[in-house]
Design a protein around this ligand. Structure first.
Ligand code: SF4
Length: 65
């Protein structure tokens, strides 16, 4: 699984970082979310990433299997 954040859509609300702080971090440079691919190593992580994608109000998170 790979998870991506489209920074052109992200509004920096922080919902993804709250749900999955090991994967999503809000950049100090632009205030938008970034996903750490290396943090997604467990099945449990995939579930929480999918939850974050559903919770994102901007539809900025994409998950590829
Ligand atoms: S939940 Fe969506 S809009 Fe909010 S910070 Fe994460 S990627 Fe950006």
């Amino acid at each position: 699984m790979r998870v991506f954040v489209d920074k052109t859509k992200c509004i920096g609300c922080g919902a993804c970082a709250s749900l999955a702080p090991t994967v999503f971090k809000i950049s100090l440079e632009d205030g938008k979310s970034e996903a750490d691919q290396d943090a997604c190593t467990r099945d449990q992580c995939e579930d929480i990433c999918r939850e974050a994608a559903r919770a994102c109000p901007a539809g900025a998170i994409t998950i590829e299997d």
